[in-house]
Design a protein around this ligand. Structure first.
Ligand code: GLA
Ligand code: ZN
Length: 682
């Protein structure tokens, strides 16, 4: 069965290649040159108008779209397309001067002055009216324009506002959610430190000069901020849907940015996009490559496997990292194709042309201040463009992994808010990435999902530190395992409910039956302290020897579970460190301590054999080589990527492939140069 998505917009059946383009910063003479260079760079798409409001509406109600008409026409004449932005990410000074309510209020209740960007109230009726009006002008004007390909909503939605309007909206949101103050006081455990509210107006958002200690409030404020952002976004979207129902809408996200729960934005978007800025060549590129892959997979999973857009990446170096280290030769193509390997149908940049002034004038771009194409970076970009032109076959293809790792925003909020068992960052995201690496190293594709997603299509679901369980989640995990699924949990699971109230009657709360354990206490080790995990010699996963445990050790009792490994030392030596519980047709594992990478590598190695987990490529992958599959159910394309600087070789056995990038046959031993990539089709 063919399992292929339509192109992002059927107008263009190629992978998209291009960048954030700010013609509004440049005189018209430069535009024609941009078009010439765009073709030389093998770019077909420009993201236009992201911060162009003061050029689009120079004074209140005076709209000037003539310059944009010209740009749109020029793009179309040059076989290019526009990812056209709505300009709400930054506003003109006249608006802030006349309507101060559009500016954001900080948690300390001071209102910001005009300045920078992303500095707007999420609730202000004036700002919503102004964004709706300008979006209507854009949508009306370009509804039938051949260059219009995708709508780019605002830019990197983020932040919160504490103005009277936003606080009022928060209280209304709470009333809708809880119905009564009694219910709210109960959910927030407000009897603690005499916090019982007797009037809705007494409730304020968390603030460093006010409340920070009511965890239920903290959680609800974050949920509200996400909902209010969605509400703001829907107001922006309405005119676009009205005038251009067939033009897909996206907004550029920021990976695992903690400020917004992206799962709540995703259903309102037609295509997911994100901005990726890894710090290549700083520490360990192999490790970083796996971390980036995790986020690409998250973005693909946000719409159930639908290809996403790499909306921003840098062709050379950013200007905001501690050091603006240049991408070494090969890395630009490698990191761009890595995004495609994981499901992106685009490679786009910030930015097309370096601005001449202001804060981003030294940020990497396709066209540098020198102004011509004879630069290393421009040639690297053109090379990527030529490669992408050879990959039409991957447009709309995806991957259907056997494995899902559960990373949940609300869980992250709650985990990091908890005081105990460690201070500061509890390592939840790092844990998820650590488990992910064990699959990445083996070329086993993975989806990254939150706790609301359907589990039944996976053979294995891994849920590190599932501290919070929202209603219905434990029941769905039970049903999944009952029906034959394999579930892996860790320490600090099932501790609180959706209000951040602790489970009573024994952790892991509602997951106690499926895991077959009771977690009585958790030991947090000091930095540098370790314990050991000793596998039981008869364990079916083939674990042997000794593994190091650090930081967190759950002291669990096996109730119905079988013990596969025990702690080596301390007063809990001999007690369970790894368990499995047979439950219905399936099995549920608990890894009780935070262990070294080698443990997870071996543990998932054993599980992948037992479960027959699908790999992207049937081959042993040397350290630092990643294999990633895209398929339409019948035709497979395998991206083979070397994140090391030295040459590597992969034994392909008898399989015969063609490298789509070179057109050459590849079989037997595939030789990959340092930072080399092959795109293999059978
Ligand atoms: C973000 C923004 C861009 C630009 C880049 C610079 O991703 O969306 O406008 O500022 O950062 O890296
Ligand atoms: Zn506000």
């Amino acid at each position: 069965m063919i399992d292929r998505y339509a192109p992002i917009n059927p107008k263009c059946t190629h992978l998209l290649h291009g960048g954030d383009y700010n013609p509004d910063q440049w005189p018209a003479e430069v535009w024609a040159e941009d078009m010439r260079l765009m073709k030389l760079a093998h770019c077909n798409t420009m993201s236009v108008g992201i911060f162009a409001w003061s050029r689009l509406e120079p004074s209140e109600g005076q709209f000037d779209l003539c310059w944009l008409d010209q740009i749109m026409d020029m793009l179309a004449e040059n076989d290019g397309y526009a990812v056209l932005a709505t300009p709400s990410g930054a506003r003109p000074p006249w608006m802030a001067a006349k309507y101060p309510e559009v500016l954001r209020v900080r948690p300390d209740r001071g209102r910001n002055l005009f300045g920078r960007r992303h500095n707007h109230c999420l609730t202000s009726p004036v700002y919503r009216e102004k964004t709706r009006l300008i979006n209507t002008k854009l949508a009306e004007r370009y509804r039938d324009h051949p260059a219009l390909l995708v709508w780019h909503l605002s830019n990197e939605y983020s932040g919160e506002c504490h103005c009277d309007l936003c606080r009022g909206a928060f209280r209304a949101w709470l009333r809708r959610k809880y119905g009564s103050l009694e219910a709210l006081n109960g959910a927030w455990w407000t009897a603690f430190w005499s916090h019982t509210y007797s009037d809705w107006d007494q409730i304020d958002p968390p603030s460093p000069i006010g409340e920070t200690s009511v965890h239920g409030l903290n959680l609800d404020w974050k949920r509200f901020t996400t909902d209010q952002t969605v509400d703001f976004m829907l107001n922006e979207v309405a005119p676009l849907r009205e005038f251009t129902p067939d033009v897909p809408v996206t907004t550029n996200m920021m990976g695992t940015f903690p400020g917004l729960n992206y799962w709540k934005l995703a259903p309102h978007l037609d295509v997911i996009s994100w901005d990726s800025y890894p710090t290549w060549h700083r520490d360990d590129d192999v490790r970083l490559a796996a971390d980036v892959a995790f986020v690409h997979d998250l973005n693909r999973s946000l719409k159930g496997g639908k290809p996403f857009m790499l909306m921003e990446s840098v062709p050379s170096a950013t200007n905001w990292m501690p050091s603006a280290k240049l991408k070494r030769p090969g890395m630009h193509a490698l990191s761009s194709l890595q995004a495609v390997a994981h499901g992106s149908d685009t490679v786009q940049y910030f930015q097309w042309r370096k601005s001449r002034g202001s804060a981003e004038k030294f940020h990497g771009a396709v066209v540098d201040h020198v102004g011509h194409e004879r630069t290393r970076v421009f040639q690297d970009v053109a090379d990527v463009g030529r490669k992408l032109e050879k990959l039409d076959a991957v447009v709309g293809t995806t991957v259907r992994p056997d494995v899902a790792i559960l990373y949940d925003w609300e869980n992250a909020w709650a985990v990091n808010d908890a005081q105990g068992p460690r201070r500061g960052d509890k390592g939840y995201l790092d844990d998820c990435k650590q488990h992910y690496r064990a699959f990445w190293r083996r070329g086993i594709p993975v989806d990254i999902i939150d706790m609301e997603q359907e589990l039944s299509s996976y053979k294995l679901v891994v849920a590190p530190m599932l501290y919070m369980l929202r209603p219905g989640v434990a029941e769905r995990i039970d049903a999944y395992v009952q029906a034959g699924g394999t579930f892996v949990a860790t320490y600090w699971t099932g501790i609180v409910d959706e209000n951040d109230l602790c489970t009573l009657g024994g952790f892991p709360g509602p997951l106690r039956p499926v895991l077959g354990i009771w977690a009585e206490e958790i030991d947090a080790l000091y930095e540098g302290d370790t314990n050991g995990v000793l596998p039981n010699p008869t364990n079916a996963l083939g674990l042997s020897g000794e593994y190091e445990a650090r930081e967190l050790c759950d002291l669990i009792h096996a109730e119905s579970a079988q013990v596969l490994a025990t702690y080596k030392a301390d007063f809990y030596a001999g007690r369970p460190a790894l368990t499995v519980n047979a439950f219905g047709e399936g099995n549920a594992y608990c890894i009780a301590s935070r262990n070294e990478d080698r443990f997870l590598h071996d543990f998932y190695g054993g599980l992948s054999e037992t479960l027959g987990l699908r790999r992207s490529l049937d081959a042993e992958l040397p350290e630092g080589i990643s294999a990633q599959l895209r398929s339409d159910g019948e035709h497979e394309t395998i991206f083979l990527m070397n994140f090391r600087t030295s040459r590597a070789c992969v034994d392909l056995g008898d399989a015969a492939f063609t490298d789509l990038l070179t057109g050459s046959p590849v079989n037997g031993e595939a030789q990959l140069e340092g930072y080399g990539v092959m795109v293999l089709a059978r």
